[in-house]
Design a protein around this ligand. Structure first.
Ligand code: FES
Length: 147
């Protein structure tokens, strides 16, 4: 049987989750909860760790097959918005060519997140920067291999 304390904790937790959802929007909230595409990758073709001005870091891993991204994932020690932005950035990366990856901008990530608080705008900057740097590292390794 549920104790009074258990019921209280359940109620408070539910309230906090509802407030978080209202503050971040349904899409970002869902990403934060499910952590879709969060995780490191073995043998990525390109990866990069970027530290933002807030002190948090984001790592993006890319795996290519031919000219397109076949695998993409991220890790972050940052806030809930950084989890949502990393998840959205790498989801959009799937199936794209290097040129098309450059179209994944902070604005596009913010748009897809659909309602991040303005003080978390930089979390989308961090996700896009990590994605683009992972691409940059991949392109550099291609050039080295071609020599
Ligand atoms: Fe640092 Fe979101 S990534 S506050």
């Amino acid at each position: 049987m549920e104790s009074e304390l258990d019921a209280f904790v359940k109620e408070i937790t539910g309230e906090i989750l509802e407030e978080t959802k209202a503050a971040y929007g349904a899409e970002a909230f869902e990403r934060w909860k499910t952590r879709r595409f969060m995780g490191s990758m073995e043998n990525p073709d390109g990866y990069a760790v970027i530290r933002g001005g807030c002190g948090d870091s984001m790592t993006v891993y890319l795996g290519f097959e031919g000219e397109r991204v076949r695998r993409a994932s991220f890790m972050t020690d940052g806030c809930g918005s950084s989890v949502a932005c990393g998840s959205l950035a790498v989801e959009m990366a799937h199936g794209r060519t290097p040129d098309e990856l450059l179209d994944i901008t902070p604005d596009l990530i913010r748009e897809r997140a659909g309602g991040l608080p303005s003080e978390d705008d930089h979390c989308a900057d961090l996700a896009a920067a990590a994605l683009h740097e992972a691409l940059n590292r991949y392109m550099q390794s291609r050039v080295r291999r071609a020599r």
